[in-house]
Write a protein that binds this ligand. Structure first.
Ligand code: DAH
Length: 357
């Protein structure tokens, strides 16, 4: 027994890794291990011999088991020590920071527009981008044969609302006129900014773009109010001292009567555009006095109330104000472009105190 003790304690001490240690365990105290076999021999002994050998063998087995466990724990400790020594982290280093985003020019311009109209008493209303053809067309007096309703211009959905009106991606923000009338009644002064969708794609058209709708309804609204509001807006938005001259051109929209398209005075010199001077005119929006049928569709009595409305392309006027030549760039998500035209620099330190990028 002393030989066995000596043999296994030495082997356990010198063992190389956990797998070898497990082999040793099987070899010593496993079912067919050397010590287990010895214990079986107890049966062939006389009771006197057994009284001596039994406890001694048991003690030996316990001793070997403890040695195995101790060696296993020591190996695990050593492995941990090694990891702690090689894998370490300097928590005193300054943080690397996260890149800070910037305000997209469209969002920035939408905020500028909203602020200017807020000063004139207009609140902001929003409507769904997935609309029904009732709000986008019928309620706005757009007849069934109107080209805007054609499959090739408009993104129709396969679904319908409860009343059976097909869903469509709104082609303009004008449906928010109807939704605002329904929700707020008259008198009313709102602007409605948001995304709209049409099947178009070239340098000045993208399938998704942004418009802002304006709507003012009261008992004594006239074209004069429309003209003043738009002039006031252009003076503030384009930051031209003394204001920007506007030209109202007779036009037609199903939802206004009379209707006008509005141009701003500008000049093109050497490929650069200057707003407010020169002999050229640039169209920026459509407008008019709200058609009585549209007021009716919104639940407002046209015998008592009138209103003016306008619709302007946000992307279009952002291009004009910031000299952006290609509309498609707004939606390319090119970081270099966004850093150039984005507001609030991407190089600003972020809130965590580190440097961005
Ligand atoms: N909805 C028109 C469009 O998308 C723009 C427009 C024209 C809006 C005249 C109006 C308006 O409110 O009165 O082309």
């Amino acid at each position: 027994m002393d030989d066995l003790r000596e043999k296994y304690l030495t082997l356990i001490k010198d063992v190389a890794d956990e797998a070898a240690l497990e082999d040793l365990r099987v070899q010593a105290v496993g079912k067919k291990g050397e010590i287990s076999l010895k214990m079986r021999e107890l049966g062939k002994m006389t009771p006197e011999e057994r009284q001596v050998a039994g406890p001694a063998l048991n003690a030996l087995k316990n001793e070997i088991n403890s040695a195995l466990a101790a060696r296993k724990a020591a190996m695990a400790d050593a492995a941990l020590e090694e990891r702690l020594a090689t894998e370490w982290l300097d928590v005193t280093l300054p943080s690397r920071g996260r890149p800070a985003g910037s305000i997209h020019p469209i969002s920035q311009v939408t905020e500028e527009i909203t602020a200017i109209f807020a000063d004139m008493g207009f609140s902001v209303a929003e409507g769904p981008r997935v609309e029904t053809d009732w709000y986008v067309f019928d309620a706005l007096n757009i007849p069934g044969h109107h080209p805007a309703r054609a499959e090739m211009d408009t993104f129709y959905m396969k679904t319908k609302d409860e009343a059976g009106n097909p869903h469509v991606l709104r082609t303009h923000t004008s449906p928010v006129q109807i939704r605002s009338m329904e929700k707020m009644g008259a008198p009313l002064r709102v602007i409605c900014p948001g995304g709209v969708y049409r099947a178009d794609y070239d340098q000045t058209h993208t399938p998704m773009f942004h418009q802002v709708e304006g709507l003012a309804i009261d008992t004594d609204i006239s074209m004069a109010n429309l003209k003043w509001v738009l002039e006031e807006f252009c003076r503030a938005f384009f930051e031209v001292e003394g204001g920007v001259e506007l030209r109202f051109r007779a036009s037609h929209f199903p939802f206004t009567e009379p209707s006008a398209e509005v141009d701003i005075r500008c000049s093109w010199e050497g490929g650069t555009l200057k707003i407010g001077e020169g002999d050229d005119w640039l169209e920026i929006l459509g407008s008019g006095m709200v058609h009585p049928k549209v007021l009716q569709a919104g639940g407002i009595d046209p015998a008592v109330y009138q209103g003016f409305a306008f619709g302007m392309g946000i992307d279009r006027i952002a291009m004009l104000k910031y000299g952006i030549p290609d509309l498609r760039a707004f939606f390319d998500s090119d970081l270099r472009w966004l850093r150039h035209y984005g507001f609030a620099s991407l190089d600003q330190p972020n809130l965590h105190g580190g440097l961005s990028r």
